[in-house]
Design a protein. Structure first.
Length: 205
């Protein structure tokens, strides 16, 4: 074997070895490339999911804010409408109340309840002694007792009173006429509003 043959043989052997090393290196590089690509794809999918979750979260928060704002607006409008309704009802009640009180006084049954409640209240406020009672027209003689508890009663009809009665005792005075009952407009309105609120709550339950 001459020198050329030895060189050729070594060259072929070296070339074969280099090709094997190159193929092995290529396979390793391909595996690394596949692994890198898989990792990048996983990371990209995770980032995409995070972006979607973030977008969904932001959309949900925005929707919740919009719903809360809409609910607050609806509630405010409901309160405003309710206040307007109560104000309208209050005005109508106050307008009709004097006439209703007159009608109540003219009915003997309700007038009797009015008088008894006033006399009972006067016992607590004025104490038992001699009372002078001015009353609106319409009471019969049998409705005018001489005593109530330990109080001595003197009755006088007063044509200036449209309904109700006024009890006087030594400078003290208890006014259960229409004017007296409606004298404190703030208290009257407060009581009527309380009744209206209770009526509305019952109607909605």
């Amino acid at each position: 074997m001459n020198d050329d043959s030895i060189i050729a043989t070594q060259a072929r052997s070296l070339i074969s070895q280099l090709r094997q090393e190159q193929e092995q290196k290529s396979r390793e590089l391909e595996r690394e490339a596949l692994a890198w690509r898989s990792a990048r794809l996983r990371e990209a999918r995770q980032q995409a999911r995070r972006r979607v979750h973030r977008a969904v979260g932001l959309a949900r928060e925005r929707r919740n804010r919009e719903l809360a704002a809409a609910k607050a607006e609806i509630d405010a409008e409901h309160r405003r409408q309710r206040q307007l309704q109560l104000a309208s009802l209050l005005a109508r009640v106050l307008q009709r109340l004097p006439a209703q009180l007159v009608a109540r006084w003219r009915d003997p049954r309700t007038r009797s309840s009015w008088v008894k409640a006033t006399l009972d209240d006067a016992l607590n406020r004025l104490g038992a002694s001699a009372w002078t009672i001015r009353h609106a027209p319409g009471m019969e003689a049998q409705e005018l007792p001489e005593n109530h508890g330990n109080a001595q009663l003197t009755w006088r009809e007063d044509a200036d009173l449209e309904a109700g009665l006024v009890i006087e005792k030594a400078g003290a005075r208890m006014d259960a006429s229409i004017a007296g009952l409606l004298a404190s407009s703030t208290e009257v309105q407060s009581r009527i509003l309380s009744l209206l609120n209770g009526s509305t709550a019952r109607s909605q339950s």
